[in-house]
Design a binder for this molecule. Structure first.
Ligand code: GTP
Length: 347
């Protein structure tokens, strides 16, 4: 079995984090997101992975290489122009040898891929789509199916109150290679909006594989913080490297002054420094971040090598990109986005 993981998106909603790091390389508890996904594939016995990339691909290729370090084979196909979710698949057609998984690169889930393979074998058709149930489906792609699981309709982001179901497309598909026939080459094509409806219109079958798994699309800063909270409190089962102490995770080489107050839900990457009397609550710091004494940081994400001056106060919902410098005593308003060289701007 092969897997194609889409890793070519620009990740605009995670800016300014994604100005310096492509979304698949954004760390989840100190480990790149994509490494977490590859780990899951490995556990399901999948060794052959194809990565359609395009945005900052060198960050991905340099880290994973040909995959041999992970005992996997990784093939990169770099897009000159973004081809969309189906266009990216069509563009790797020459590497596909049989049924394959297709995964959105920004989904974190506890889905059992082996169970999905068994389900697809039992049902047949051109593919199985992982669905999950959510409270508010209006922000997602709703998928309608009958009792036997056969899908009849895809409805993207239905207005609130008009949703036909609370089951949504969770971004993991197991597809037969025949799906390629439904994707025109050489242009941007969306699998959700164009290809899946075309397959149904042709009278072919797609089946819903609905589960109660943990599932989150780590596309926005709020979700990025939620994922860390969920991993720390055990809602999302994930292997975590040493360094976790209660709800505080301190990466290798990081130093925290004993008078600093950390937690709950604080993750420090590698080689960070936190000064005396600093207060950190619900935040994720990447590598080599310096927090000077007396700074207060709440519900904030700080990318690598940024520097928070003494007694600065960082408001909730702030996202600070790479190499940023917050001067001492600065009060950063809630919801700010601070880029490497951009001025402070409230949302
Ligand atoms: P936003 O700009 O914040 O919407 O993020 P995004 O660019 O990642 O888009 P989205 O979240 O819709 O993408 C879902 C998944 O598809 C992610 O894993 C993306 O990396 C991937 N993706 C989106 N568009 C493309 C594309 O044109 N080519 C490839 N190869 N992957 C894509």
């Amino acid at each position: 079995m092969q897997a194609v993981i889409l890793v070519g998106g620009e990740g605009t909603r995670l800016r300014p984090l994604t100005f310096g790091t492509p979304k698949p390389m954004v760390p989840i508890m100190g480990v790149p997101f994509l490494a977490r996904t590859l780990e899951r594939l490995y556990e399901a016995g999948i060794r052959d992975v194809i990565l359609p990339a395009g945005y900052m691909p060198q960050a991905i290729t340099e880290y994973f290489g040909d995959g041999s370090r992970l005992d996997m084979k990784i093939t990169y196909v770099i897009e000159d122009e973004p081809l969309g979710t189906a266009g990216a698949i069509k563009n790797v057609e020459q590497h596909i040898t049989g049924p394959f998984f297709m995964l959105n690169g920004d989904v974190l889930t506890s889905l059992d891929l082996g169970a999905m393979i068994a389900y697809h074998k039992e049902k047949g058709g051109l593919g199985a789509l992982h669905l999950i149930k959510v409270e508010d489906p209006s922000a997602f792609g709703c998928v309608v199916h009958d009792k036997a699981g056969r899908i009849s309709q895809f409805i993207e982001k239905p207005p609130k109150g008009t949703e036909p179901t609370n089951e949504i497309n969770a971004g993991t598909y197991l597809l037969e290679p025949e799906v390629m026939k439904f994707i025109p080459p050489g242009r941007n094509v969306s699998i959700e909006r164009e290809t899946f409806p075309k397959i149904l219109a042709d009278g072919q079958s797609l089946y819903a594989f609905t589960t109660n798994d943990y599932w989150i699309d780590v596309g926005r800063p709020e979700q990025y913080l939620t994922v860390h909270r969920d991993i720390i409190n055990g809602t999302m089962p994930l292997r975590v490297e040493p360094g976790t102490n209660g709800s505080v995770h301190i990466g290798e080489g990081s130093r925290v002054d004993p008078s600093a107050k950390l937690g709950p839900n604080v993750v420090l990457g590698k080689n960070c420094t936190v000064g005396a009397n600093a207060v950190l609550r619900d935040c994720v710091l990447w590598d080599e971040v310096i927090v000077e004494e007396g700074a207060t940081i709440e519900e904030t994400i700080i990318a690598s090598r940024s520097h928070i001056g003494a007694n600065a106060k960082i408001g909730k919902g702030t996202v600070i990109g790479h190499d940023a410098r917050i001067e001492p005593r600065t009060v950063v308003p809630e919801g700010s986005r601070i880029g490497p060289s951009a001025p402070i701007a409230a949302r």
